[in-house]
Write a protein that binds this ligand. Structure first.
Ligand SMILES: Nc1ncnc2c1ncn2[C@@H]1O[C@H](COP(=O)(O)OP(=O)(O)OP(=O)(O)O)[C@@H](O)[C@H]1O
Ligand SMILES: [Mg+2]
Length: 222
């Protein structure tokens, strides 16, 4: 008797996206990928940004625990098949790093995401820049799959960071904790490692591990 073939599960998909450069998409994608792998996920990180920053980071890595691939703009429509293929290969989590350009260019990635993480600095202009991504998700009926993470926050307690956190938390869209501006992020990126590899006992590592736990819980809660 032939066994019914059940398709392998597609990996859970987390996209880092916001229509603004420099807010920390690649920095967080890299360290989240490492933290998730350390927590037992089989991670593929896909660099959808023609700038290729995440792939450049991966090229510096010595360990091959993560699969990192570039997806060009003209391959974007193949993303569902690419994710299915990754699922068949045993990948449990795909982290998508996207370009900080017009949201329309990354529509297929947003549509496939179980969660879109929007990094913003605690500033009005960054919050405004998040709106097109939030609107694009809402237009797909996926408004509940959006979380904003405050990144590059001042190290000292700041009333402005607190205010943004309170507002976003009240709206139910705050990913926690806030990520503080720490040199570990820049040093880790330069070496092709995540902050939890670079300085496992450091504060940046603790923050990224907590952020991954938050994302994991959020994904599990549907
Ligand atoms: N929490 C942080 N602490 C310190 N530096 C940070 C932090 N987050 C990001 N950075 C730094 O800020 C700069 C911009 O970050 P990054 O390249 O990740 O942004 P991006 O959103 O991917 O930009 P782009 O849209 O151009 O791809 C980098 O130099 C990065 O190292
Ligand atoms: Mg980037």
């Amino acid at each position: 008797m032939s066994e019914a073939l059940t398709p392998a599960a597609r990996p859970r998909v987390v996209a880092l996206a916001v229509q603004k450069g420099g807010t920390g998409k690649t920095t967080l994608a890299a360290s989240l990928a490492v933290a998730a792998a350390q927590a037992g996920e089989r991670v593929s990180a896909l660099d959808l940004d023609p700038q290729g920053s995440l792939a450049g980071w991966a090229a510096l890595r010595r360990s091959n625990d993560l699969l990192v691939d570039r997806i060009s703009p003209w391959e974007m429509t193949q993303l569902p098949d690419i994710l299915d293929q990754l699922g068949e290969e045993g990948c449990s989590l795909a982290i998508l790093d996207t370009a900080g350009t017009a949201t329309s260019g990354i529509a297929p990635a947003l549509k496939l995401a179980d969660l879109v993480v929007i990094p913003i600095r605690p500033s009005r202009l960054d919050l405004m820049a998040a709106q097109p991504t939030i609107r694009a998700m809402a237009a797909q009926g996926m408004r509940d799959r959006v979380a904003l993470v405050l990144n590059q926050c001042p190290p000292a307690p700041s009333p402005r960071t607190g205010l943004y956190a309170d507002q976003l938390r009240a709206l139910g869209v705050l990913a926690e904790p806030a990520m503080i501006q720490r040199v570990d992020h820049q040093d880790a990126l330069a070496l092709g490692v995540g902050v939890s590899e670079y300085a496992p006992g450091g504060l940046a590592a603790a923050e990224i591990r907590t952020l991954w736990s938050w994302i994991d819980r959020r994904l599990r809660s549907g």
